[in-house]
Design a protein around this ligand. Structure first.
Ligand code: GAP
Length: 565
């Protein structure tokens, strides 16, 4: 499946729209349309139900070290700025970015190379200068480079030194080649032959993926979005939109302990919006500036934490499999030691091979992290930094805590063993938008199905798990006469209080089936001439196209059986 096909379907059928589209859109922000909102709600509800509401706290689930409790929270998006100072986000939550001196666009440094490979001007350059069978290995050909620079290059890469000043850049190239006569250059290497600003220095440099211009040195950039909590906008009223929902859970740890009767081990779950000033939002909703997280902070005794970490890693992986992501497109990957966040002593990512990624590459759906006691200690004592194997409160030049914690006692008292300790935390942190996108990508299928005349035609369908499908069943009268619409409407009315069903009597029934297939509706119920005689209707399965007859009064029971089964 090409990503463009899914993006077009999402727009055409009302799953996703670019935010503020009528004003040209706002990069990194997305609106869910009538079907998208149902899909994402189903993702959230499946998560909440499976992790929290339907969790049986009396018995350990398969693979769990013991029984445990789960409760929920819904915290505010804007929190006290000290939260982010103690959590480490104020100092450490940054990316490196580079700006193009020509077109002024911003790029995340670690994305530049990947974006270059995909950029229009690199592709144009490659096809013009390297018509051979191995476009990644080419011999520099001054003539064709010059022609490209003076024609297509002007349109697609106006910032590239070779385009702005072909003769100077090419002479530098020729000189380089004379010194290295046997060099066969890869396209990425050729791309680096650009001149820096005003051609003061000519040499190797990574060019801008958008226009070929020269990029500034990488600079640090904090990802938290700022806002003010008062009409007076100064440092004292500056606040941040939360970049993760997790911190709301940590700062409420004591409130939850004191107000509910939870005992360790237990988890606190939260679903909510998070915001990050992503420098290069891209790949549809995959990297957005506003997105929704589904996070659990699971509190346990330190000595049991490795077992709980393994339990949550496997449990969360299985959740995606059970909802339809499977096979070689989903994987569980343990982080290398140098990949771990400043607080983490173990993290695994659940990753999916999204179709917009190069073959063999995977994108993160969810991280499952062992956070130790980092967060509770930070919010009690002050921002921590690593010292050897432990963490200590970071000090300023005078030896005082750099950022003071709350000073509150965030220990846990075990009233059975009479021990007091800071629990360790396992955090499964998922993105609702990324999960919805992965389910859509996985569901997209094409096959052949008979049209209204029985002729096989191409069919696009979304093989969504019935729990995720926006509409659970569509009800049709075969034709708009002979009392069929009345019966179909009655069936629709009887189902609607229980399930999200859809009624349609317009156009040929084959077209109606295909419209439902395209949005992933698992079942279609059709009233036909036989219904008038014996009260039975057909129920059609989206995936197998099989139809069977059931009595019209049995529709609800049949659907419930099939949707749960
Ligand atoms: N509390 C830990 C945490 O926030 P993270 O890996 O930064 O960890 C967790 O984020 C999940 O949130 C990711 O696995 C992803 O699904 C989602 N996520 C993060 N940044 C995102 C973005 N810019 N757009 C969409 N989803 C994002």
């Amino acid at each position: 499946m090409e990503m463009e096909q899914l993006v077009a379907l999402c727009r055409r059928r009302g799953f996703l729209f670019q935010s503020s589209e009528i004003y040209g859109g706002l990069q990194g922000f997305w609106d869910y349309g009538p079907l998208g909102v149902e899909l994402k709600r189903n993702v959230r509800e499946a998560w909440w139900r499976d992790m929290v509401a339907a969790h049986n706290e009396l018995e350990p689930p398969a693979g769990a070290p013991s029984a445990y409790e789960m409760v929920g929270l819904d915290c505010s998006i804007i929190m006290h700025p000290q939260v982010w100072k103690c959590s480490g986000h104020y100092d450490l939550f940054h990316d490196f970015m580079q700006t193009c001196r020509q077109c002024k666009k911003l790029f995340r440094s670690d994305h530049v190379w990947e974006m270059l490979k995909e950029s229009d001007w690199v592709k144009s350059f490659a096809t013009t200068t390297s018509p051979g069978p191995q476009p990644d290995r080419i011999r520099v050909d001054g003539g064709s480079m010059l022609r490209w620079a003076k024609t297509k290059g002007k349109k697609v890469a106006p910032g590239l030194a070779l385009v702005r000043n072909p003769e100077v850049t090419l002479s530098w190239l020729v000189e380089h080649i004379e010194k290295n006569p046997d060099e066969v250059l890869s396209i990425p290497t050729i791309l680096q032959f650009v001149a820096t600003e005003q051609f003061a220095v000519t040499g190797l440099q990574t060019p801008c993926p958008a226009c070929g211009g020269d990029l500034t040195e990488p600079r640090e950039f904090n990802l938290m979005m700022e806002t003010y909590t008062s009409p007076i906008r100064d440092e004292s009223t500056k606040a941040f939109l939360r970049p993760e929902t997790a911190q709301g859970i940590f700062v409420n740890f004591k409130n939850v302990l004191d107000s509910s009767r939870v005992r360790i081990p237990f988890g606190i779950a939260q679903i909510g919006k998070s915001f990050r000033n992503e420098i290069t939002p891209r790949n549809f909703t995959f990297r957005s500036r506003e997105f929704e997280q589904m996070e659990i902070e699971f509190f346990c005794r330190p000595e049991t934490s490795p077992e709980w970490y393994r339990y949550w890693r496997d449990r969360r992986y299985k959740w995606y499999v059970d909802l339809g992501l499977a096979g070689d497109r989903l994987r569980l990957r343990d982080h290398e030691a140098d990949e771990l966040s400043h607080y983490s002593c173990g993290t695994a990512d659940i990753e999916y091979a999204f179709p917009f990624l190069p073959a063999g590459e995977f994108g993160e759906l969810e991280g499952v992290a062992h956070r130790g006691d980092f967060d509770l200690r930070s919010h009690a004592e002050g921002k921590l930094v690593r010292k050897g194997d432990d963490f200590v409160v970071e000090a300023d030049a005078e030896g005082n805590p750099k950022y003071r914690g709350s000073g509150k006692d965030l220990n846990y008292f075990d009233d059975q063993t009479k021990e007091r300790f800071i629990p360790h935390v396992i955090e499964p942190s998922a993105g609702a938008d990324r999960a919805a996108l992965a389910f859509l990508c996985e569901a997209y299928r094409e096959d052949e199905a008979p049209d209204e005349h029985g002729k096989p035609v191409k069919r696009v369908f979304l093989k969504l798990h019935p729990r995720l499908a926006p509409i659970k069943a569509a009800v049709f009268p075969l034709v708009k006469k002979d009392g069929m619409p009345e019966i179909a409407r009655d069936i629709y009315k009887s189902l609607k209080p229980h399930l999200n069903v859809f009624y349609d009597e317009k156009s040929a029934v084959g077209r109606r089936y295909r419209r439902q297939d395209e949005i992933g509706t698992p079942f279609c119920i059709t009233v036909d001439s036989q219904t008038l005689q014996d009260g039975t209707v057909t129920i059609r399965d989206r995936d197998t196209l099989e139809q069977c007859r059931i009595h019209k009064d049995a529709c609800l029971g049949e659907l419930q059986k099939r949707l749960i089964g």
